[in-house]
Design a protein around this ligand. Sequence first.
Ligand code: MF3
Ligand code: CO
Ligand code: CO
Length: 276
Amino acid sequence: MTDYVTVSADAPLGRTGAIKLHGPEAFAGMRRAGALAAATLDHIVPHMVPGVTTAEIDRIVLDFIRAEGALPATLGYRGYTHASCISINHVVCHGIPGNKTLKAGDIVNVDVTPIVDGWHGDTSRMYLIGDVPLKARRLVEVTYECLMLGIGAARPGAHMGDVAHAIQRHAEGHRYGVVRDFCGHGVGRLFHDAPEVVHVGRPGTGPELRPGMIFTIEPMVNTGRPDVKLLDDGWTAVTRDRSLSAQFEHSVGITQDGCEVFTYSPAGLHKPPFHA
Ligand code: MF3
Ligand code: CO
Ligand code: CO
């Protein structure tokens, strides 16, 4: 049995395992945090070019978020010391910014989570660096479609398994592998909360979606097998078969009749290509 708990007033509530049902003030907070998260991903677009280091991108992210009076949730999170995760090509997620240089042909995920007035806006997008081969562009496009199909399945009365199934069916229809080792998550005043949002599953399974639930959907899709391996740095996850991996993430809230996406790009830069 799944536990749900209605969040009273704006009292912070710890990680109890129960799924929180949030009220209007949470939706208002998530709207602000989500807008800043998405604006951050808009802001870096002109900087995602060959020759720039991932540390430079991370610095631009940090400066932008701080200039808005917010802070990155990742800074100091479980020993992580950066404002973003930057994952290139066969890196699945949690790539650590450093002296690595972006090069033409790379596909790159940037994942940011600013905290605004205590609310976490968690979103990521793919960027294409210079001319990118068709195979990689296809992966990015289909992964974006997977996220949007998952969002399309998120409404009251549906189950988490419906969201997962929509994603898995589309990805596997293109003979891609959906990563099992990382999930979406409840989000709000906590960065990572119940429920787990898996990206593979069967219709009608898992917790029922109810108005007030707030969580991320963040499918990771590989051109090869779903399997990942963790590098010695303890963070960087890569595809075991070194195949390419892509990911998009939105933070969403279940409404009376569907779901609200908190992290849409204010500039309409939802997916690449971002420049002509
Ligand atoms: N933003 C990631 C997510 O989507 C989490 C990154 S945690 C970090 O859940 F420590 F690796 F930054
Ligand atoms: Co997330
Ligand atoms: Co994220």
